[in-house]
Design a protein around this ligand. Structure first.
Ligand SMILES: Cc1ncc(C[n+]2csc(CCOP(=O)(O)OP(=O)(O)O)c2C)c(N)n1
Ligand SMILES: [Mg+2]
Length: 847
């Protein structure tokens, strides 16, 4: 057993004797002093630390000695959670433990001799807490008295809480709300909220400029919880700071974002305290952090956006955008590759508005990180070029605050704070173990933990008096002042720079500026045509000039993706030129996806680009964009086998099917240059949906729109491009992208053979699915069942449009390395194959 012992000069000799015997008996003894025989020593100086250690679970039981033992008992009992007894006889030594759960034995150094004392200690240590209901009932009453005292103490005006006491009470409220919510839900992650409550408290109540009254105020500091499994930290702090809810139309709803009831219903259907942070669902959540690593990377996008906004909109005397980003992350975020990609770029770009705090607790699910993660993380961040700080005790709010202050003063590089913490802090049996990570503590352990925090053991979801007020006086007051000042500043700014102010307002509501689509190109019919990527490049250059806050870039493939903004003044985004609109993500597709999301969360119209095959590396971020309903887009070029000689590693096959499967994502594969224009026209007007463009590498014929239907049909997802004379087709050819012109060729041959065919250009399944049944039937009449779909991609899913008996000319294997013409032949993408398939379909239907 771990036994703590304390005394003053009155019991000094006895303490030394008992310690020696305890050691001999195999106990682990912690000596709280006194350490020498000094008559000036006072028992409170030694007994109190012992009492604290007992309630925090650092030792299992305590022994306290002074002259009579009375002083030690009086003193120990001042600490909530301590049950100390002054003991002279064996009966009380045992019964005190069994019935009253005595956890500190007090004795008189001058009243009991060494032999009796040692007997008493042995009896005391051998006894166990009884779980009989009548004893538990009495103990609950005692705990209640403690709770009430705590409350009245807080409420008492004569003895207002010190700031330090209020901070501790608030921190413990975050902890216990988290513990209770996980316990009630029977699932969740209690350990990290218990450890990081002081950090989150400090960031929110002492540092952040954030007004709970208006969680979407544009110049607010941002808080990102990348270790999202610790979501109870977020729900607790959003509740305690009384952050207000806003709706999708950016209106304030006059009700709290997260109520205590939501917390009671943690992880239950419709609770505003879901399992992980969910943007959109809960006001005050800046991003869905999703899989580990994405949160930190998204925060880089937020930091980049702040720099860009400041550079483009701040004017002398008008710091309209000067906010900072605070990101909390765990070992998982440090292990994931995306974290490294993003960290590397953040330092390269000198994002000194960005602070990551790493919860260095050495624990992940499988146990201690010594089994898998032994690199020097701090050295790695130093090597990236971050400012690296360390706070060796996660409970030391002053040092945390100081480190955050150093961050705010640091120029030219982001700040990384290594925070040494103990997962499950305060839990006698689970602290520092992976058991604290992902399961409820259990009722017994919860009691012990609450005891350790000096918390009433039976209180659940308790917010003691004074806690809401403490947050209101901290972040509440500071945030309100900051927002008011900003609002006044912005009013003056609007007078001086009305155009810029209007832009900021439009951006916040995801509206477009007037004239956003002027000068969009129209491409004349041309059998040789132009590549999808080239048409895209022209459109991007127009849109970026019409919409100031439209910007993006590629993962080192801009010359191939044709995404470079080449007009005068477009500029490159670099540390020294953070107003540029050409972003260079480097070869970091996953981070690119998350950064584009972070920029969009900051209300910029952001895009990324790479080869379509590498969309796999960005896919998790695209999924989160869809989940968060962010209007980002990705220009993916080399959309099929157009880069023939590069071979199967570079030829997308299943990517279209895979992206089409993401709910809410608009996937578009335009057929010619004019469809590219229309695709962009559609995408740019989206306010709550991300989009992906699959663009060809090779030139595609620009269809003659005087002969075929207008490309504006793209906005319906699919449209009748070419038809049998007078309609009423016998067979329908459905195609996307580069295969549309093949289908048109086949169609002309079929017409020449007297076969009534129709060509449907289908750039987007998703958009088509959202049209009326009537429209969809007009494009694909249900009674025309002879159908052929042609697409240089996995055939997966095309049955939904051609039916089980329909024909799909697509890919059933990976591609091959050869010139495109040969690949088209090998894999059957030739007009005569389509003609044959169409005839076969008609024949079969007729049979
Ligand atoms: C990409 C990803 N992989 C795996 C998981 C599952 N998972 C959730 S938490 C966790 C352990 C995280 O450890 P750490 O970040 O150190 O958090 P701590 O336990 O210290 O709070 C894992 C593997 C995940 N959420 N995301
Ligand atoms: Mg960890």
């Amino acid at each position: 057993m771990r036994v703590g012992i304390a005394t003053d000069h009155g019991g000094f000799a006895l303490k030394e004797e008992i310690m020696a015997k305890l050691n001999l008996a195999g106990h682990q003894v912690v000596d709280f002093g006194a350490h020498s025989l000094n008559p000036d020593d006072d028992y409170p100086d030694f007994v109190l630390p012992l009492a604290e250690a007992v309630v925090r679970g650092k030792v299992d039981r305590g022994v306290a000695v002074c002259g009579s033992g009375v002083g030690a008992a009086v003193c120990a009992n001042k600490v909530p959670g301590v049950r100390a007894g002054l003991i002279h006889d064996h009966f009380s030594a045992r019964q005190g433990v069994e019935d009253d759960h005595m956890n500190i034995l007090c004795m008189g150094g001058r009243t009991v001799g060494p032999e009796v004392a040692w007997d008493l200690v042995q009896t005391y240590l051998a006894a166990e807490y009884s779980q009989a209901e009548r004893h538990l009932r009495r103990l609950r009453k005692v705990a209640l008295i403690e709770a009430q005292r705590l409350k009245t103490q807080n409420a008492s005006e004569e003895r207002p809480m010190s700031d330090e006491q209020a901070a501790q009470l608030s921190i413990n409220t975050i902890r216990t709300l988290s513990i209770d919510a996980v316990q009630q839900a029977k699932s969740g992650h209690p350990g990290t909220p218990m450890a990081l409550a002081p950090l989150v408290y400090t960031i929110w109540n002492r540092v952040m400029n954030f007004d709970p009254e208006d969680p979407i105020w544009p110049n607010r500091d941002r808080f990102v919880l990348s270790n999202g499994h610790a979501s109870m930290l977020l729900w607790s702090i959003l509740h305690l700071t009384q952050v207000q809810a806003v709706n999708a139309e950016y209106e304030r709803l006059g009700q709290p974002s997260v109520t205590l009831d939501d917390i009671r219903r943690f992880r239950q259907l419709d609770s505003k305290a879901p399992g992980h942070p969910e943007y959109h669902w809960v006001s005050g959540v800046e991003t869905t952090t999703g899989p580990l690593g994405q949160g930190v990377a998204t925060s880089v996008g937020m930091a980049l956006a702040q720099k860009w906004l400041a550079n483009n909109y701040n004017r002398p005397g008008f710091d309209i955008f000067d906010y900072k980003i605070y990101t909390v992350c765990g070992d998982g975020c440090m292990m994931e590759g995306i974290g490294s990609e993003a960290a590397s770029l953040a330092a390269h770009l000198g994002l000194d508005n960005l602070c990551w705090v790493w919860d260095n607790n050495h624990i992940t699910i499988e146990g201690n990180t010594s089994i898998t993660f032994t690199e020097d993380v701090a050295a790695r961040f130093l090597a990236y070029g971050w400012n690296v700080l360390r706070v060796g005790d996660a409970n030391d709010v002053d040092r945390i605050e100081h480190a955050l202050e150093v961050f705010r003063q640091t120029k030219g590089r982001p700040t990384f704070i290594v925070l040494d913490s103990h997962i499950g802090y305060g839990s006698p049996h689970k602290q520092d173990t992976s058991a604290a990570h992902g399961e409820p503590l259990g009722d017994d352990e919860v009691r012990l933990v609450k005891r350790a925090y000096g918390w009433p053991e039976d209180a659940k979801f308790l917010v003691p008096d004074g806690v809401y007020e403490h947050f209101a006086a901290g972040i509440g007051g500071r945030g309100r002042d900051a927002r008011q000042k900003w609002t006044e500043l912005f009013t003056a700014y609007r007078e001086k720079y009305p155009g810029l102010a209007t832009e900021i307002e439009q951006m916040q509501k995801r509206e477009l500026p007037a004239g956003w689509d002027r000068n969009l190109p129209v491409f004349a019919a041309d059998p040789k045509g132009i590549a999808g990527r080239d048409a895209s490049g022209k459109v991007l250059n127009v849109l970026a000039q019409n919409i100031r806050w439209f910007l993006g870039g590629s993962a080192d493939l801009a010359p191939s993706n044709k995404t470079t903004l080449t007009y005068e003044g477009a500029g490159n985004f670099q540390a020294a030129t953070p107003g540029g609109k050409n972003l260079h993500f480097g070869i970091r597709e996953h981070a690119m996806g998350a950064i584009v999301n972070g920029m969009s969360l900051s209300k910029l119209r952001s895009f990324g680009a790479t080869f379509f095959i590498f969309s796999d590396y960005a896919r998790p971020a695209i999924r989160l964009a869809a989940l968060m309903e962010l209007p980002v887009f990705f220009a993916f070029t080399h959309d099929a086998m157009g880069d023939g000689e590069d071979g199967p590693t570079h030829q997308p096959v299943e990517q279209l099917a895979s992206l089409r499967a993401i709910p809410g994502l608009v996937t578009l594969r335009p057929a010619d240059a004019n469809e590219v224009v229309e695709a962009y026209r559609y995408i740019v007007q989206l306010r709550h949906q991300p989009a992906v463009l699959a663009l060809s590498r090779q030139a595609l014929p620009t269809l003659d729109r005087s002969k075929y239907a207008a490309a504006s049909g793209v906005s319906k997802g699919a449209y009748v491009l070419a038809d049998a004379p007078g309609g009423k087709p016998d067979v329908i050819l459905i195609a996307s992208g580069s295969e549309v012109s093949l289908a048109v060729e086949a169609h002309e041959k079929l017409l020449a053979d007297g076969i009534r065919s129709r060509v449907v250009s289908m750039p987007s399944w998703d958009i088509f699915e959202h049209q009326t049944q009537e429209y969809r039937d007009s494009v694909l009449p249900p009674n025309v069942t002879a159908r052929v779909a042609i697409e240089q991609a996995s055939t997966f899913g095309w049955e939904r449009y051609v039916g089980l008996a329909g024909r799909v000319i697509g890919m059933h294997t990976f591609g091959a390395s050869a010139p495109l013409k040969e690949l088209q032949k090998k894999f059957g993408f030739e007009p005569y194959e389509i003609v044959a398939a169409a005839k076969e379909q008609i024949g079969r239907r007729a049979a």
